[in-house]
Design a protein around this ligand. Structure first.
Ligand SMILES: [Zn+2]
Length: 226
């Protein structure tokens, strides 16, 4: 599970980061804070893989809009407290689970990871359990890596739907759960870096998702490999 490491000039990088930090400070909504509005008001809880190519800014400016929970392989059960905080305490009306093509966590979970450090084994074991659940009834060798990403997203959506605190919110339409796959590698054939809707509140049929009128542009993005 080793990765080739990229050589960075850390001293120059840290100098350049000054600009980013200054931009953040300049863009900070001081007027809102001066009025006493210190609270966060995110509209979406986003559970995404922490792969650096799958970024919260796919949903626009993340500041005070995206409550972002990231872990390897976008697993509810490895960050369930954080996800529930977004849904039950911040009451975001939208939950998005984002997987992606060529996910290193999925690759690792489908290979031998027993030599990894214990915390990594723990998280990968959760990923592996999700894949086992998602693949039940399918022949493992006939399922591609990208399909595994899709099935993994399905399992996360199902986990959320089966939570007794979350289910009523779906029933009374105060919450929508959308599963997407970010196709970094043009596996779906629509281009590199495209986002596809693969699951809406448990609905996995792309044609049915296309007909859902309450999910804006996510409907037209419905497409699945499996
Ligand atoms: Zn990943």
């Amino acid at each position: 599970m080793s990765h080739e490491s990229t050589k960075f000039d850390l001293v120059s990088l840290l100098q350049e980061l000054d600009e980013s930090l200054n931009d953040y400070e300049k863009g900070f909504p001081l007027e809102d804070f001066a009025k006493g509005d210190y609270q966060q008001h995110p509209f979406v809880t986003l559970l995404t893989c922490c792969d650096s190519r799958v970024s919260a800014n796919m949903l626009g400016v993340p500041f005070n809009r995206v409550f972002c929970v990231e872990n390897i392989g976008n697993q509810v059960n490895n960050s369930s407290g954080s996800v529930l905080y977004g849904l039950l305490h911040l009451n975001t009306p939208l939950m998005i689970v984002a997987g992606h093509s060529d996910c290193g966590a999925i690759k690792a979970a489908t290979s031998d990871f027993t030599a990894e450090p214990a915390p990594l084994i723990n998280e990968l074991t959760t990923v592996k359990s999700s894949l086992d659940l998602g693949c039940s009834g399918l022949k493992a060798d006939s399922v591609s890596q990208a399909q595994l990403s899709e099935l993994n997203v399905d399992v996360q959506v199902d986990l959320l739907l089966s939570n007794p605190d979350i289910a009523p919110r779906i029933e009374n339409s105060s919450l929508q759960i959308i599963g997407v796959v970010v196709d970094l590698h043009n596996i779906y054939g629509g281009g590199y870096g495209k986002v596809y809707t693969v699951n809406v509140n448990g609905e996995k049929d792309a044609e049915a998702i296309k007909k859902i009128t309450t999910i804006g542009g996510f409907a037209a993005k419905a497409k699945r490999l499996s």
